[in-house]
Design a protein around this ligand. Structure first.
Ligand code: PMP
Length: 351
């Protein structure tokens, strides 16, 4: 049996699952579905004709998403998580490489490589904003640029002016707004002016639906059409499609929870602002090497290697979880006098 070399040498994605009482490591919602929706979902699911295939492209959900965002169905494609749409978009644009801006979400690199593209990293500046001069040098041979804003794992939003400058070059841009609901605004309005822009969104974070695997991309009809062409039929199952539709119809319930998590994020930030970067997401990046200490106390957070070694990424939890986290991290700081106080972390080289 011969295995392709690119597969033999491929580093699989490792979700790094650990057992812990409190899960603050995966940027999930800490809440299960609202009680009143659970009942509706149960009734709806009973009526699903599971012997039949779902609509091939999830058309009813596409229509509802289009209405929700003031667009047309042709501007929307749905995927099994936004992950699947990263995969499709790494496969449709021609060029030598995908540009990525680390530290950022690792799946852009993963799917670029899987699709036979090179990867050109342009690391973020010290303040985690985009380095424009370095980016502009590599755009002409790029197949696609992956930008994540608000960025995972740093939590910041990139300047809109910089995004527009990149779009003006005509290079395809995939703008991942997986955490967009936790930020103050979106750049999805730019799709009206830029056919080279695709915006990714997901039901996994704000909507609390990570287990159902539903994401979507928005773009001009002609651009979305390319993704629709390469998508396998029935990429979303009937259950996930229906649950996502119901959540969208009840967005007010979701929005209440998002607002609660934003308040909790700000509370956590204010408690640890000497160590934490400010964030427009449902997590905070902190300059503290506390992952093992927290895990010993039943709290899982995300840790890193490389530039963000000795940092932790903490997903905002329920009020009780956050209070327990606050107590544990305070005791870590007290017991670790060498903990840094990064009050000056945004003095970096903004360009
Ligand atoms: N984009 C970003 C920035 C993420 O952090 C994640 C999940 N961690 C995803 C996309 C993928 O989300 P999903 O496939 O669940 O929609």
């Amino acid at each position: 049996m011969k295995i392709r070399e690119s597969v033999r040498n491929f580093n699989p994605y490792s979700p790094g699952t650990v057992d812990a009482e409190i899960r603050m490591d995966k940027n999930e919602s800490p809440f299960s579905l609202p009680g009143e929706l659970k009942h509706k979902i149960r009734t709806e699911l009973e009526n699903i004709t599971v012997n039949r295939y779902p609509p091939s492209s999830g058309d009813r959900l596409r229509e509802k998403l289009a209405e929700f965002h003031g667009l047309k169905k042709a501007n929307v494609i749905v995927g099994s998580g936004s992950d699947q749409l990263i995969s499709y978009s790494a496969g449709v644009f021609a060029g030598e490489y995908a540009v990525v801006t680390p530290p950022t979400f690792s799946m852009y690199r993963f799917y670029a490589k899987l699709n036979g593209l090179g990867v050109e990293p342009v690391p973020l500046a010290e303040n985690f904003n985009l380095r424009m001069e370095e980016l502009e040098e590599v755009l002409n041979k790029a197949a696609v640029v992956f930008l994540c804003s608000p960025n995972n794992p740093t939590g910041n939003v990139f300047d809109r002016g910089k995004l527009i400058k990149i779009l003006e070059t005509g290079v395809p841009v995939v703008l991942d707004e997986a955490y967009g609901e936790f930020a103050d605004g979106s750049n999805m309005d730019l799709i009206e002016s830029y056919g080279n822009l695709l915006v990714l969104r997901t039901f996994s974070k704000a909507f609390g639906l990570a287990g159902a695997r539903v994401g979507y991309a928005l773009g001009q009809a002609g651009t979305v059409e390319h993704l629709l062409r390469v998508k396998p039929p029935y990429n979303l199952n009937s259950f996930s499609l229906r649950i996502a539709e119901l959540l969208l119809e009840n967005y007010d319930l979701i929005r209440d929870r998002v607002n609660f998590l934003i308040d909790q994020r700000e509370k956590l930030y204010s408690k640890f602002k000497h160590y934490s970067y400010s964030s427009k997401t449902n997590f905070l990046l902190m300059d503290l090497d506390a992952d093992d200490y927290l895990l010993e106390r039943g709290i899982a957070v995300r840790s890193f290697t490389g530039r963000l070694a000795e940092h932790i990424r903490v997903t905002v939890g329920t009020e009780e979880e956050n209070d327990r986290f606050i107590r544990a991290l305070r005791s870590y700081i007290h017991s670790t006098p060498e903990s840094k106080k990064r009050v000056d972390h945004f003095k970096g080289d903004d360009q």
